[in-house]
Design a binder for this molecule. Structure first.
Ligand code: NAP
Ligand code: G3P
Length: 485
């Protein structure tokens, strides 16, 4: 595949003349690895046929990337903020002007629908000492946020552009350098995005991109002595990254089992619409997807009827046809999803639609009468299958949320705002949406998980906080400074 859009010329540097494997980015240039080895991505919509190939970077090349980033970061941290900002705006303009390459790469490598792919490319204090009793006014503390240094950015397959830029942009504006490890599935789109940044004119070495399978070079990257902060988005791998990471700032945004609680007084039409949008957009491959419904028994039949009506209207097919349900990212993912459905059915759950799968393409499925002994009650399918648990009261609904090892988001549907706030307080999740489906955006909103859903908070301001550290300068005055009236 390599690239296939009107902006081919713009991306020519990413491959050699023969159109071979995409190169990796180091010190402002695109290079082939001395390993002569490559890793390949597949096209989930075409029976996992080969999609693209990337360099399998060596440890020495990883070292060189970190050394280059460290060297570039010093002068960059001394670059005035407005100059940093203008380069970011330039990069954003280039991304918009050359979006075609990224959009087609997203459709081919992660089976994201045409419209959703285009949407993804378009998104992203003085202190005085006498404030304390017993202190004279003779110390002035100037606290500022200074860059940590080199930030390792590791995005997931499902948002290889947006969840890369939402790490890189805050890191750069804060004065850091970045080393990016793109996901293998989705790598082409991430490398295109990096190219827009390099073409925007950032100093060579400030933005490095090393490619290779996470399982092969991941540990070497996350334990590298030149890393000062890690911003990781992904699945359980992130727990391993956190355990391995040394004394570095950490931001890990991990999996979710986002519950949707539907109370008897809820607007069931709104709830059904939100459940289908939240549960099935991008085939359920969003950390914020609705992954379990807890509906009060007395309205369950009515709600499920409305949800099934909407599921029947979902389009299933190819990303280029903008289908809502497209192939899931890999055969192993499709197998895992199927295993959860088989387990649930074998334990008495009711499939509301016929189970249907062709390679990685799984037809949308609602599963009723799910009970706690079924794996799908607790696992993250990351696919277009949605379990429903019928509950008798709030405690049963809360149990589903709080017994989960995940704690990313949840949502509550009710017309009683007091009840909604009370439930929100009791839910052990990073965010609770009231009368709307879970979602991360817009990208300046704080976004965080608890428990196995992650460490730290995202969103532009919070990411900058993770990627900077406080530096205090205290002036000790010879005598207290009081303003003379
Ligand atoms: P993943 O398998 O955990 O991979 C995430 C990234 O980590 C990829 O770039 C992967 O590279 C890399 N990686 C793999 N092994 C590594 C290691 N040992 N050290 C360092 N990096 C390593 O997740 P995914 O399948 O891409 O994404 C799906 C998961 O991400 C789901 O669980 C979803 O809920 C979660 N997610 C969470 C959020 C959030 O904001 N909370 C957002 C999106 C997705 P390779 O591709 O080369 O293996
Ligand atoms: O899984 C990616 C996650 O970050 C979801 O973003 O905006 O689709 O909720 P969003």
């Amino acid at each position: 595949m390599t690239t296939s859009s009107s902006s081919d010329g713009f991306y020519a540097e990413l491959t050699n003349a023969e159109g071979g494997a995409l190169r990796y980015a180091v010190n402002g240039a695109w290079r082939a690895s001395s390993s002569d080895a490559t890793v390949e991505s597949v096209n989930p919509s075409r029976a996992n046929a080969r999609a693209n190939a990337f360099q399998a970077c060596t440890r020495a090349e990883v070292d060189e990337a970190f050394a280059g980033a460290r060297a570039a970061q010093g002068p960059w941290a001394r670059t005035p903020l407005h100059e940093r900002a203008s380069l970011l705006h330039r990069a954003a303009t280039l991304m918009r002007e050359n979006a075609g390459g990224m959009v087609s790469a997203l459709m081919i490598e992660v089976a994201k629908g045409a419209k959703e792919s285009a949407t993804e490319v378009e998104r992203g204090d003085l202190l005085m000492s006498d404030s304390f009793p017993g202190n004279d006014r003779n110390k002035i503390c100037m606290a500022s946020n200074v860059p940590v240094g080199v930030v390792l950015c590791i995005p997931p397959f499902n948002y290889p552009v947006n969840l890369c830029v939402s790490k890189v942009a805050p890191a750069l504006i804060a004065g850091n350098a970045v080393v990016v490890k793109p996901p293998t599935q989705g790598c082409t789109a991430t490398l295109h995005m990096i190219h827009c940044f390099i073409k925007a004119g950032f100093p060579p070495g400030l933005i490095q991109a090393v490619t290779g399978r996470g399982g092969e070079i991941g540990d070497y990257l996350t334990t590298h002595p030149l890393v000062n902060a890690i911003s990781f988005t992904g699945g359980e791998t992130g727990i391993r990254v956190a355990q391995k990471a040394g004394m570095v700032a950490l931001q890990t945004e991990l999996g979710g089992k986002d519950a949707c609680i539907v109370l008897p007084d809820a607007d069931l039409e709104l709830a059904a619409k939100s459940i289908v949008k939240g549960g099935f957009s991008y085939s359920g491959q969003r950390c914020t997807a609705v992954k379990i419904v807890a509906v009060f028994e007395e309205v369950a039949d009515e709600l499920i009827g409305k949800v099934n009506e909407r599921i029947a209207k979902l389009s299933v097919g190819l990303p280029e046809d903008d289908a809502t349900i497209t192939a899931v990212v890999s055969k192993s993912s499709a197998d895992f999803i199927q295993s959860l459905v088989v387990d649930a059915e074998s334990k008495g759950a009711t499939l509301c639609q016929e189970w249907k799968r062709e390679d990685n393409l799984i037809w949308p499925l609602l599963i009723d009468n799910v009970t706690h002994d079924m794996k799908i009650c607790w696992e993250e399918p990351f696919g277009p299958v949605l379990p429903v648990v019928r509950v008798k009261n709030e405690n049963e609904a809360l149990e589903l949320v709080n017994k989960s090892r995940f704690g990313l988001q949840g949502c509550v549907f009710t017309r009683d705002i007091d009840r909604a706030i009370r439930l929100s307080d009791a839910m052990q999740t990073g965010t609770v949406q009231i009368n709307g489906p879970p979602a991360r955006g817009p990208d300046h909103f704080p976004f965080q998980g608890v428990k196995d859903s992650g460490i730290g908070s995202q969103g532009i301001t919070n990411s900058i906080k993770v990627m900077t550290k406080v530096k205090s300068t205290v002036i000790n005055l010879a005598k207290p400074s009081y303003t003379i009236a």
